[in-house]
Design a protein around this ligand. Sequence first.
Ligand code: COI
Length: 413
Amino acid sequence: MASLSFDQLVASSSNPDFSSTKCRLGSYPSYRGFHSHSLQARSSQRPLRRTFFINQQAAFCARADVAAVTLPNEIKSSLEIDWDNLGFGYHETDFIYVSKCGPDGEWNKGELEPFGPLKLSPSAGILNYGQGIFEGLKAYKTEDDRVLLFRPEENAMRMIVGADRLCMPTLPVNLFVQAVKQTVLANKRWIPPPGKGSLYIRPILMGSGAVLGLAPAPEYTFVIFVAPVGNYFKEGLAPIHLKVENTYHRAAPGGTGGVKTVGNYASVLKTQLNAKKHGFSDVLYLDAVENKYLEEVSSCNIFLVEGNKLATPQLKGTILPGITRKSVIELAKSRGYEVEERPVSVDELRSADEVFCTGTAVVISPVGSIVLEGDRLEYANKGVGKVSQELYAALTSIQMGKAADTMGWTKEI
Ligand code: COI
């Protein structure tokens, strides 16, 4: 069982500011009644056990900006996690980041809080009208114990576009990135060892204020939580199996398919579950107008490979502008591939040499077969194709700090 005190955690932080100043006890009166207690978290999906004692002093500190916090000796924690069998599942970690924005449009100074439930009005905009978007990005621990974020500014910018689409206040890029950094450092002990996975970071922006008639909420909350993750699909790096979906659509022109709204994901659950029941990993959506062009898989973008050419559906408002998608395009071009962003007809699946999916969660996931109109199309002998393998290795080497970051994508924190 690995055991790490919070002092060790703080001492091992690479952030020079992290342990330099102490939080002032007593400066957060709302925490005066907070007594020592223990929290037990058990995941049904994963072999994780955690006992976490937190006392009053810790609670005071946890409320403060992490850059001004030294966590006290009294906090004891023990952690047992099977790093070799991490999937993509929910785990409680230590801290979340919370910031609020009222009708004046000003974001307050965000704070780290102990991981726990959020309090929301039953009339909150997010609960009633789905006014919410989220992001996904990852932090990696390198062999020399550095922590790397992958292109966090890209997520910040995508969130600005999504916030605007859903009539929510935008969060400045530097605020977003600083908040991500603070949250990751405060949860540093949950970053998997090099090669075992990553810390998945989930920023959420939502209408938390109460509304009844349909209108933008009067208050917004920005939250970040993190969880250690391994492979997204149960297949791991083995090829996944897809089915082309002809009945349901993920997005329509003029809708919100191009931004990361929470509703985009609720609406694909039915088809996804149905496909899984029939042995598929997921479904591949077609455009809602002609039912003829590829769009994306429920949680990731798609690429087809034919010879030296890669093709992926162009961004036209119905497809999520994936940051891994963008990175793969740039990486493939830099390695001499021709990359086309254009309408990709479903029939092109019949002649492709390889197909793979990209996304923050899935990284690069090779596709072994796709069922289209009753035909089972197979790729790369149902193995991992050469191009998928090459791009996966190139991308993850940069993300994990194993190769020189010639693209300038990683950010050490
Ligand atoms: C991601 O890849 O980060 C996503 O947000 C997709 C989600 C369904 C896990």
